[in-house]
Each structure stands twice: as C-alpha cells, then as structure tokens.
Ligand binder design. Sequence first.
Ligand code: ZN
Ligand code: ZN
Length: 231
Amino acid sequence: MGLQTNVNSKAIVEESYPLWQFTLDATAIFVFLGYSVCYAHSLIVNYALLPEHAIPKWLELVLYALLAYVLADIVSGTFHFLADNFGNPQTLVVGKVFIRAFREHHSDPLGITRHGYVETNGANCLISLPLLIGIYHKTEPLIDYRLRFFLLVFFIAIFLTNQFHKWAHAETPPRLAVYLQNMRLVLHPAHHAEHHRPPFDKNYCITCGWMNPVVKHLRVFEGIKRLFGRE
Ligand SMILES: [Zn+2]
Ligand SMILES: [Zn+2]
C-alpha cells in the first residue's frame, strides 16, 4: 500500500520522546477528557431544561454532528498541509511539537504505529484545550445549546483524528477500526496511502478523508501555496 518505512530515512529519524513532552501530552489528554465529560454532562442535563420552542430535533442534532465531523476533516487537512509545507522542525514553539512529527512521518510512515496512546493523541489535545475551555466557560448551555453541541462533536472528532490516522497505518488495526474504515466512517488506509507517495501533496485530510475530493477539485491548497510563492 506504499506505507512501508524508508529504512535509510528511518535511520536518521530521532525516535526520542522526552519525559517533559510525555508529561505535557498526558496532562493535556487528562484535562481535555475531564472538560469533555463536564461539557457532555452539561448538554445532557440542560436538554431537559430548554424551553419547548428551543429544543432541537434529533435530526437537527444529527446534521450538526455531521457538519462538525466534516469541519474536523477540513481542519485536520489544513493543519497537516501547513505543517508539511511551511516552517521547519526548528520553528519556534510549533516546530518540535507539531511540524517535526508530520515531516518525519513521510520518511517513516510506520513510526506512528510505534507511538503509545499519549504520544499519538497529546498534540491534538494541546491545540484544542484552550479553545475547549474558553467555549465551555464563555457560552451559556441554555442559550447556546446548538453551538455547544456542534463544538463538542468537533473537538471530539479532532481528538480522535490522530488515532484514526494511526489506524490507517497499522498492520493489524483493531476489528472495530477495520469495520469503521470499511464503512468509510474513518480514514481508510488505501485512501490515505495516496498522501504517502511523493511529492506527498494529496489527501491531506486525515479524520475521515471525505473532504479530500472536494479540496482537490477546488484546488484549495495549490491556491494557498501559490499565494505564498511556494509553487
Ligand atoms: Zn503529510
Ligand atoms: Zn500518514
């Protein structure tokens, strides 16, 4: 499927995962999950307290969830595109934590399968956490119910993105993952393999990949590259 590790490149990939980064990632995951549980609890409790005219229909909530999932796919693709094409691993703050991981992933696509749960999912939590906390405290459950529901689904989809990406590279993913991949509900390995063929400029979206054909058709990333003189 084209996802094998380039042995020569692998030799120069630094595998270290320092303790400070593990601690930071683990803390981010712990706080993110804590806030998500409080957030979901507030949605469940407040649903029953909504005035009758403000209660969203179930179909409406399904639609919001779908839109949030699609938005997460677009955001994952945009973030991935920026990390692959702008800055370098020495770039201040984001270089070591984010850019390096994406760049090394091209030369060692199986590296992600050797990462533990914390290393796989910590960076996404670090990015989402300030926004999640801000929205949780700055919006009102009874007034902004739909917005809060939409954003909770969005943040959870972002949280799951790197796990879906890891499953797309795994030689033996869990059965649930294979089922979801075959249903095309999460990133499919064959679809993602397109990204791992030089020049590594296709299928950047890595949550479910649904938006890749749309982004390709609209030539969104080519336009951004041209705008910054990268083409
Ligand atoms: Zn990439
Ligand atoms: Zn990949």
